[in-house]
Write a new protein. Structure first.
Length: 164
């Protein structure tokens, strides 16, 4: 299990220390550069039960900015943007770990520090009654939902910060 080191962007950027559920901290850099989700495309990836990437389609490679070789074997949290509240990912994992499908809007971090929004569906891959891993299919989100949830996520982050 690994999380490749993120390069420092050339654009003006902010530095963040992210705490991951897996028990480690990672320095990430963010910019205000948004990559628009292309029309008619789907991002598809699969992970094992620990969140380690086992499949990444071409759209995932392009949108994330990482090389396929960098993604494979890395934790899916490589995409975790610091603007996403921890509660959103807790809800995702609490849902899929029971074998239930999860839907939600996610702001993902690109390798260059930019970001892209997705509407994600995460489905547990179940064989013989056991979860073997997860498949995530991401679509282009509506801009109105992105604006609505961006504001909600800011409020949730503020509440998380004040609680800690």
């Amino acid at each position: 299990m690994r999380l490749p080191q993120m390069p420092v962007p050339e654009l003006p950027h902010r530095q963040h220390e992210l705490q991951f559920y897996e028990g480690f901290t990672q320095t990430v850099y963010t910019t205000d550069e948004e990559k628009q989700f292309p029309d008619g495309r789907l991002i598809v990836s699969s992970t094992d039960t620990k969140g380690i990437i086992t499949h990444a389609n071409d759209a995932f490679v392009i949108m994330s900015g990482w090389e396929r070789e960098e993604l494979m074997g890395s934790l899916h949290s490589i995409l975790r943007h610091p603007d996403m509240p921890k509660a959103a990912f807790k809800d995702l994992w609490d849902t899929v770990s029971t074998g239930t499908k999860w839907h939600g809007y996610v702001k993902n971090l690109r390798k260059n520090g930019g970001f892209y929004w997705v509407y994600a569906t995460v489905v547990p891959n179940i064989r013989d009654g056991e979860i073997q891993g997860y498949t995530s299919v991401r679509r282009k989100p509506s801009r109105s939902k992105v604006a609505e949830l961006g504001a909600l996520y800011e409020q949730m982050l503020a509440a998380e910060r004040s609680a800690s």
